[in-house]
Design a protein around this ligand. Structure first.
Ligand SMILES: Nc1ncnc2c1ncn2[C@@H]1O[C@H](COP(=O)(O)OP(=O)(O)O)[C@@H](O)[C@H]1O
Ligand SMILES: [Mg+2]
Length: 248
């Protein structure tokens, strides 16, 4: 495996009550696609939100490219190289493709000097966005809207992109298109950490599986080991030693 781009140690986070993320440890390799899987309510979205700065971690460290980013707010994290695509409401439907991308760039607060370069970089990854720049986001198909959401998150030029359930709400015919878009982003040199319910499809494009159960990382392993795991059920439910943490 490559060097760790992201290293998370003993991360604790929650909403208003007790900890939902209860001391999570895992890492993400430079250049890889890594996927967090786990049952509904395991804390996947909460984990992603605490990584991007929408929820303050209560304990632990988050190291991105050697820098401790755990206590940075969301715009500072974006400037540090962390991109994020929320599960829902990830584009403004009453704005055009171009306007959504401009707004995403302005989020990092660096003025508009680098905007044309950023647009060209994103359009090179997603030429379809360039062809429809003036179209309203609300008129795009689900798959194209997800592509726009990725494009917006790429505007600040992140080195790690976090995607929370990117296939959620997409009809099956658009799911493949969306995973192609994830691959395109990765091939452009951006590492990916995503959560997914479409586990089988996600594993096809992933190097690493991270299994999150009840707020703790039960296992981290190569995606093909996860797919061929003799007892996924035990891994999810913690009913055997199957989840002994393997090197990731
Ligand atoms: N905004 C919130 N306020 C309070 N509790 C929340 C909030 N969002 C999620 N939770 C709780 O946190 C737990 C984990 O939820 P979530 O992170 O959404 O899991 P997953 O994404 O794995 O399905 C659940 O018990 C859920 O009810
Ligand atoms: Mg979720």
């Amino acid at each position: 495996m490559g060097n760790a781009l992201l290293a998370v140690e003993n991360l604790r986070a929650g909403h208003c009550g007790g900890d939902i993320i209860k001391g999570a440890d895992f890492s993400v390799s430079e250049g890889a696609v890594s996927t967090i899987v786990g049952p509904n309510g395991a804390g996947k979205s909460t984990l992603i939100k605490s990584l991007v700065g929408l929820l303050a971690p209560r304990d632990g460290t988050i190291t991105l490219a050697g820098k401790d980013v755990a206590r940075l707010n969301a715009p500072s994290k974006a400037r540090a190289g962390l991109g994020y695509v929320p599960q829902e409401h990830n584009v403004f439907r009453n704005m055009s493709i171009g306007e959504n991308m401009t707004l995403a760039y302005e989020f990092i607060g660096s003025g508009s000097k680098g905007l044309p370069t950023a647009r060209d970089r994103v359009f090179a990854i997603f030429p379809d966005l360039a062809h429809r720049e003036a179209d309203l986001a609300g008129n795009l198909s689900g798959g194209q809207r997800q592509m726009l959401a990725f494009g917006c998150a790429l505007m600040p030029d992140p080195n790690l992109l976090l995607l929370d359930e990117p296939s959620a709400g997409l009809s099956p015919k658009y799911v493949a298109e969306m995973f192609e878009a994830v691959k395109a982003v990765n091939q452009a040199g951006v590492s990916i950490l995503m959560t997914e319910q479409n586990v089988k499809e996600a594993m096809v494009i992933s190097e690493t599986a991270i299994v999150l159960v009840a707020g703790t990382v039960r296992a981290q392993m190569p995606a093909e080991d996860f797919v061929n795991h003799p007892d996924i059920h035990a891994l999810y439910m913690g009913t055997s030693d199957a989840g002994a943490k393997e090197s990731g």
